[in-house]
Design a protein around this ligand. Structure first.
Ligand SMILES: [Zn+2]
Length: 208
């Protein structure tokens, strides 16, 4: 129950899952990338908490990571950010852009197999209990899906000057501007309101 609530109603300062794609939610664990960025993965513990909230690890499960493994995960996150940011700004996928993802995915692809779960066929990751690919595998797979499905054309970067979060714009009009209306969208609304109020005041003053 707690997990469900956390995913549905996250605190602004906590992890959010607004991207509509796992790989982009992973990329969005850095806040204010275009300003003074803030890494939400301040520790291996926080990375684990994110993975549990996102359903990649079971409740109470903990993936111990060496410093090197943790740094590699953060490295993959930056690679994915650069790839998808480029696409969000109108670049087309090129072999060069895909190269890093191809290398990363090749390493994890052999660790998955098809299984039956409640009469559906799903991918299961067959990584050893302490293998970071248990979490990285689904993330990288989700990144490949974003490309193969053609949804990469709908990747946008939040319009906020600092935020930098990426998301898949699934709105019918295709004009989603904000990572979240409750967050950056609301801040922009408040700014507009104050600008209008200030303009109104100065107009009244110059009329007087
Ligand atoms: Zn934003």
């Amino acid at each position: 129950m707690r997990k469900h609530e956390a995913a549905k109603k996250p605190a602004t300062k906590d992890f959010q899952f607004i991207a509509g794609n796992l790989a982009l939610d992973f990329v969005n664990t850095v806040g204010d990338r275009l300003g003074i960025s803030r890494d939400y993965f301040v520790s291996v513990g926080e990375f684990n908490r994110w993975a549990r909230l996102r359903g990649l690890l079971r409740d109470g499960e903990f993936l111990p990571l060496s410093k090197q493994q943790f740094e590699e995960i953060l490295g993959v996150r930056e690679e994915l950010y650069h790839l998808f940011r480029a696409l969000s700004r109108g670049a087309r996928p090129t072999q060069r852009l895909l190269q890093i993802l191809n290398v990363r995915f090749r390493d994890v692809a052999k660790k998955r197999r098809l299984v039956i779960a409640e009469s559906a066929v799903v991918w299961q990751w067959e990584a050893a209990k302490r293998d970071p690919d248990r979490v990285l595998g689904p993330i990288l797979f989700s990144a490949t899906e974003l490309l193969v499905s053609g949804l990469w054309r709908k990747i946008r970067q939040c319009d906020d000057v600092y935020c930098g979060w990426l998301f898949v714009d699934r709105s019918r009009a295709g004009r989603r501007r904000w990572c979240s209306m409750a967050d950056c969208g609301n801040r922009a609304k408040v700014r507009r309101f104050y600008r209008k109020a200030t303009l109104g005041r100065s107009a009244r003053r110059s009329n007087a």
